[in-house]
Design a protein around this ligand. Sequence first.
Ligand code: FAD
Length: 390
Amino acid sequence: MTEDVIIIGGAVMGASAAYWLTRMAPGLRVLVVEQDPSYAQAATALSVASVRQQFSDPTNVKISRFGIDFIRNFSENIGPSGDVPSLGLQENGYLFLTTDPAQRQVMEELAAMQRACGAATEVWSADQVKARFPWIETSDLAAGSFGPRDEGWFDNMGLLAGFRNAARAQGARFETGRAIGLAVNGDRITGVEIEGRGLVPCGSVVNAAGTRGAAVLRWVGLDLPVEPRKRTVFVINAPNARHPDAPLLIDRGFYLRPERGQWITATVPHEDHACDASDFEPDLHLFEDVIWEQLYARCPGFDAVKVVRHWVGHYDYNTLDQNAILGPHPALPNLFLMNGFSGHGLQQSPAVGRGIAEHILSGGWQSIDLSELSFDRVAQGKPMVERAIV
Ligand SMILES: Cc1cc2nc3c(=O)[nH]c(=O)nc-3n(C[C@H](O)[C@H](O)[C@H](O)COP(=O)(O)OP(=O)(O)OC[C@H]3O[C@@H](n4cnc5c(N)ncnc54)[C@H](O)[C@@H]3O)c2cc1C
């Protein structure tokens, strides 16, 4: 039996696409192939699960505008078959800090653009940052940019479970298996080779394979500038820093947010390069060598800290411009890409899943024009400029 759509990868992107496809087109035959239904190594499960409006590119802001409403009212949006009462959105905001006076003007311009899209971003002086969050050291700050609503963190696995449950209830089938090849005839994909099962014929394929997305294109001799990049996340206790209303703080060299009486923090390693997709060895030195000194300088209450836990996740890192690559591949128009999210994919999954489903079903972008994120820019070597990359 021919599948209408086969989705390779059943984490948040694959599950979202399956949900939207079967919601928009009841009866469509959608098969999701996932090699590890425990999701132990999926970025979806290893994310710090936060959502923001503060992007510099308007398309990313529009994606976030849809995402936050969908996440906030998840239970109503996904319906009872999603079987997730709430994603527990903690709306503490993001606070981006800068010590560079020239950046204040940039922050003002970006905040105006974000507000024009419906966000609530405010740009604060150092004194305003201090007044709101007295535990932050502000003497060297030029400005801060804060989202008083629509930004925070939520239950990542609840989001995945809701998409998957609802997709299943609408008729999508999730199968444990490993896709290992694509069959091609001219410029069409005609099927997906699944290990131990053989070739399954299909009308379209969605590449939602996360950090392994480039491997899918290599099967047919194509390149995708996406590679796994290791991120070590630390959970710390800081008994002298008790600020449950703290935002997700983005400072030079680290980010930080509260998590149930503890804190989560991470940095981008100076030596940032591709890693093996199965390498989950933590870079433990990053806390002592990079994060702690800067964290203490910015927040003196973090004088006594203890790392109580850590984990490693991989960004599905787009080496061209650290942004999603979406939509049909120009060489194989029935191969749809959902790749390269580089650290902000979880929050984009509601809008991007809807967008891909609309494109598969109608032949073009509908609710949000996502063409800026298409493969064309990769083919032309023209990076999309998004300045708010974390
Ligand atoms: C440390 C960290 C922090 C992050 N923080 C945030 C954040 O705060 N906010 C945010 O929005 N995003 C964040 N992200 C990014 C976000 O988690 C990812 O962009 C998003 O989860 C990507 O989802 P995905 O479904 O594309 O990929 P994944 O979750 O990686 O899933 C890909 C799936 O494909 C399967 N697969 C791969 N190859 C095959 C194959 N051949 N056959 C069958 N199955 C296959 C894998 O088993 C896997 O389950 C973070 C990521 C990390 C690592």
